[in-house]
Design a binder for this molecule. Structure first.
Ligand SMILES: *[C@@H]1O[C@H](CO)[C@@H](O)[C@H](O)[C@H]1NC(C)=O
Ligand SMILES: *[C@@H]1O[C@H](CO)[C@@H](O)[C@H](O)[C@H]1NC(C)=O
Ligand SMILES: *[C@@H]1O[C@H](CO)[C@@H](O)[C@H](O)[C@H]1NC(C)=O
Length: 166
């Protein structure tokens, strides 16, 4: 009896230790000569279901425009959507950006205005200057907040591994 209890205790210990230390599983999103992109849910139980974003081309070299295929069934209406983006490299936060993606009027993204539970299957264009990052691993955490109460509805954790200097 005592023995059985002890095993139970051990099992509980192992489960809770794993629960705290095992990171969310990372999936390979794409891989090319110059970069690998992996993604996972954010840790601490912030799960994003029914979301996928594929980025084409899978390269940063000599580019300033990318196309993303977005598939998403949001958990809230996307009339008002705010994004927070944080980029870390070598343990330091290097970029912090907050912005409105959807404001309810004159929105530039096709997914703006989608209702809770609606299927979004669209492409989005990203553009920017050709990034000048050094080789190494970067963590990009993207959080989406919906509505006036800023409800967190998505949290994704991307890892970009830059294999050669850009
Ligand atoms: C995030 O968590 C949800 C719910 O557990 C799961 O369905 C989904 O596959 C996860 N996504 C990733 C990228 O691990
Ligand atoms: C994102 O993933 C990295 C690497 O797996 C991890 O170290 C970091 O804690 C994660 N961040 C969040 C907010 O989940
Ligand atoms: C999304 O749309 C594309 C092309 O419009 C289609 O090929 C794909 O099957 C759709 N995906 C889902 C999950 O409905």
């Amino acid at each position: 009896m005592v023995y059985r209890h002890r095993n139970m205790f051990l099992l509980v210990m192992i489960l809770s230790v794993c629960g705290f230390t095992v990171a969310e599983e990372r999936h390979l999103l794409c891989s090319s000569e110059d970069i690998d992109i992996l993604y996972s849910n954010c840790s601490r139980g912030l799960q994003t279901k029914d979301f996928s974003l594929k980025i084409e081309p899978c390269s940063l070299k000599g580019r300033s425009v990318w196309r993303g295929s977005l598939f998403w069934i949001p958990r809230a209406d996307l009339t008002i959507l705010r994004a927070h983006v944080n980029i870390w490299s070598k343990g330091f936060e290097s970029v912090k950006w907050k912005g409105d993606l959807c404001k309810g009027v004159d929105d530039g993204y096709t997914f703006c205005g989608a209702l809770k539970g609606e299927t979004i299957n669209t492409t989005v264009r990203f553009s920017g200057r050709e990034p000048t990052f050094e080789e190494g691993e970067y963590t990009i955490v993207v959080k989406g907040f919906a509505g006036h109460h800023k409800e967190l509805i998505a949290c994704l954790n991307y890892t970009i591994i830059i294999k050669q200097p850009l």
